[in-house]
Ligand binder design. Sequence first.
Ligand code: SAM
Length: 266
Amino acid sequence: MSIHRPRKRFGQNFLHDQHVLDRIIAAADFCEDDRILEVGPGPGALTERLLATGLPVLAVEIDRDLGTALQTRDAKNLEVKIGDVLRLDWSELLPEPPYKLIANLPYNISSQVLFKALDHRRAFRRLVLMFQKEVGDRLLAKEGTRTYGILSVLIQTWFKIEKVVKVPPGAFHPPPKVDSVVICLEPLSEPRTVLHDEELYRRLVKGAFAQRRKTLRNSLRGSGWSVEQIDRAFSDVAIDPGRRGETLTIEEFGALANVLSSHLGD
Ligand code: SAM
């Protein structure tokens, strides 16, 4: 392939650190019936490692030049799709689950990819993903901390999350301005807390963080519940509506969502 100049608009920071690649492969913990989805293979440093497992690899790349170059690679276990992974229908993309999603994600779409994976979590056995360090911190954050927010609550509700390795800018070409981290996520067989209505739970969590500086009572008002509904629900679960969203545990969010859903028919 002719020399490819990294394209900023596609978040192209190519990984060349062999130690980090080793750690990603080790964290993926492949077994013989795994199928692999790679988002953004780029020039293919990670793809080469994935292909070496002998497992089927489906790689989705938005950059036509890079995708086409990869398509010419002679590997029986590689399928390359050229397109925007956020615009593809993941039910069609993943016809034979379970998959392992392994990717050095472009920073600008990493949260959206995670939420897609959340919607399709039953199609995955494991995810090993590279994030900007700040996003990794949010994923791992516990209640009561500054970084705890929508991403922390929703992803921790449905996934077990572990940090694999911190990655400095020098591991990439060109080096990004920020540190990165590899995170391993495993879908839980059941959500961390019992939920009667998952849609409502998500709406509640988003509403609770919509205005971080406000109390829950005020922040939730913008999310379609009346003050009466909010006050009654908080009183039922004995949670003070004067608290802020960032202080609530996943279990408290769950309890609140469940009483709100039971009041819907009232
Ligand atoms: N996997 C390669 C590596 O580790 O060196 C490249 C990683 S680079 C951070 C991100 C890759 O994702 C780029 O190749 C970029 O073109 C691709 N990409 C960006 N946005 C995408 C999207 N929406 N859908 C699919 N691929 C995308």
